[in-house]
Design a protein around this ligand. Structure first.
Ligand SMILES: [Zn+2]
Length: 267
């Protein structure tokens, strides 16, 4: 079978947080007890379809959570030629506050998400602060409205969105956590989203602190290795390494966007 048409893939860095406490399963090398967290969303631009993947949060949410907000992701996306106001397809990997904000900037997009995530965020576990606090009810409201407006496709498992781009439910971090596999000129890239926050999770087979199912979270690493061309083709969601390893698409976007369809440099 011939390969699909390659997508151009970009990571959009819209916020950061210095001084994030080292998670419980991570190694405390050289006496560090905090680290830097970057916040990304992504876009895959194909010859026929542009698929947005997650939406970040806005300046107010950043203030509320104590993060440094760098730039509205929709502005960076439109500089890359991906106008969110005309978006047709938006994959939400999960509904945590840093992945599902700004939905008002995607008024016509069809949302692609796992039914289990909706069940989780509207179910009894939201009585538990530890699970609830990673969500923002304003975001969930807009997702529910999109479902009622018939602008959402809910999945139970894996699916091809368009030739060269598919979603894969992995669970673990949240009930409906899904990752994206996308064909590029360097082969199949896996956008892990929060299935791995930092590469250390994959390298040492350790889970992130916030999880609904640690066994599924570790199994997600196997799925990522399976769907990506190589481990160099797996992209973590919050690791500052991403910015060091991949080039900016233009000088103006230095620090705000990276090209993920080229080989990473050592970093
Ligand atoms: Zn998350």
């Amino acid at each position: 079978m011939s390969n699909p048409q390659p997508f151009e893939v970009f990571g959009i860095r819209y916020a950061r947080h210095e001084g994030w406490p080292i998670p419980v399963y991570f190694e405390r090398t050289s006496g560090r007890d905090t680290m830097v967290m970057d916040f990304f969303c992504w876009v895959a631009i194909g010859p026929e379809r542009t698929v947005f993947i997650d939406t970040g949060f806005d300046a107010d949410e950043g203030r509320f959570r104590g993060h440094e907000f760098l730039r509205c992701p929709a502005d960076t996306l439109s500089e890359l030629g991906a106008d969110t106001t005309r978006a047709t397809d938006l994959v939400l990997t999960h509904l945590h506050y840093d992945h599902a904000g700004n939905l008002d900037k995607f008024p016509s997009a069809t949302l692609h998400l796992q039914e289990k995530e909706i069940a989780f965020v509207t179910g009894r576990r939201m009585n538990t602060r530890n699970f609830r606090r990673a969500y923002q009810s304003d975001h969930i409201e807009l997702v529910l409205r999109a479902i009622y407006d018939r602008r959402a496709t809910l999945y139970d498992g894996d699916s091809e969105i368009t030739p060269g781009l598919s979603i894969h439910r992995v669970g673990g971090h949240t009930m409906g956590m899904q990752v994206v596999r996308v064909f590029t000129k360097r082969g199949w890239v896996a956008l892990a989203s929060d299935a791995i926050h930092y590469y250390e999770e994959l390298e040492r087979s350790v889970p992130w602190t916030n999880a609904v199912d640690i066994d599924e979270m570790i199994h997600a690493h196997d799925i990522l290795r399976d769907i990506a061309e190589s481990t160099d083709h797996i992209v973590a969601a919050h690791d500052p390494k991403v910015l060091r390893q991949y080039p900016a698409p233009t000088a103006d976007l230095e620090g705000f966007a990276v090209r993920l369809d080229v080989e990473p440099r050592a970093g």
